[in-house]
Design a protein around this ligand. Sequence first.
Ligand SMILES: *[C@@H]1O[C@H](CO)[C@@H](O)[C@H](O)[C@H]1NC(C)=O
Length: 382
Amino acid sequence: MASSVLSFAFSVFPNLIVILLFTTANPVLGYYKSIFSFGDSLADTGNVLYSQTDEYVGKLPYGRTYFHRANGRFSDGRVVLDFIAQSVGLPLLPAYLGSSGKDLHQGVNFAVGGGTALDASFFEERKITIPRNASLGVQLEWFKQLLLSLCNPSTGDCHEFLKTSLILMGEIGGNDYNHPFFQGRGLEEIKSFGPGIVNAISSAIKVLIKEGAVTFMVPGNLPIGCSSLYLTQYKSPNKEDYDENGCLRWLNEFSMHHNNLLQKEIDILRELYPHAKIIYADYYNAAMKFFVSPEKFGFKNGALKACCGGEGPYNCNKDVPCGSVDARVCDDPSTYVNWDGVHLTEAAYRFLANVLIEENHQFFFPAAKIIGATTTHHTDEL
Ligand SMILES: *[C@@H]1O[C@H](CO)[C@@H](O)[C@H](O)[C@H]1NC(C)=O
């Protein structure tokens, strides 16, 4: 088993030998002493569940693969953030809203499912419904409040503390588009939100840099044209609307447009703050690897059909969400990319995390490990 996992890993990550050597030469992890994470359901580790206990995400089969219970992650197991934490030798991050009484010196997760980069008022003014008021601005307020209990801002102590933190800024911004798309808004209107969304992300990074943070990882948007939910909602009779992978071209172009805006802004931030390390986490291209050739990476059931959900060409049906009584769930989620129509399986998230670690190991993850599928679950983990 171990050798087949390794040979799989080597086929996916040809530079793995380099990383393993590097890891051996630097056996001491701990390059980062803490992680603070902001974002939405791609990174949530329980915040939605702590604020609304009746959510589907609180029911099996969510969480079944790794945790063997639903713990508020929108997947069958770990999400990208969990793999990053494990790869740098830190514990899995507790969700902020369930963290009272816990020692948070190794970090905490502010990401909330449904969260947006723009404030709730932006959507209210445009009569776009959002599930909860948990924008990046709200998450940043939580962070500022928490910081006062972790370090002493009057002595420069917080700058010292945040210097060894890794900040995961996202994924955030995807819902600013998802909510209006699924409420039937027009493409041009939604596209016009882009600069404001990117500005909100950039402003949050600036605030954190002023507090002393120097290392950021900023994910872009996934290729939404390959998402089961979008494929279902925007199903088209025209073959030309689809690319050779079965994804909707115009929606992938939309994701790329957002990602270009975000990368331009990151370039500006790098010039403004040369001492900071700001990595663009290229979720789009990392994910395109498995959308182009799912079989090559073990996704035998393809990348477009959801493992868990209702009937439909993509196993995705908004009337029968995963976690509801009528939903069907596949036998082996590791053979699927898509978990519940919107979110990805643990196997797909592990793939994304490992690509990011591999692409950035020299600069950002000098001591990081590639995480195998068989990494054991410790009962003290969340
Ligand atoms: C969202 O929450 C923040 C902070 O709790 C509050 O200041 C803001 O007014 C709220 N916005 C809306 C639209 O409810």
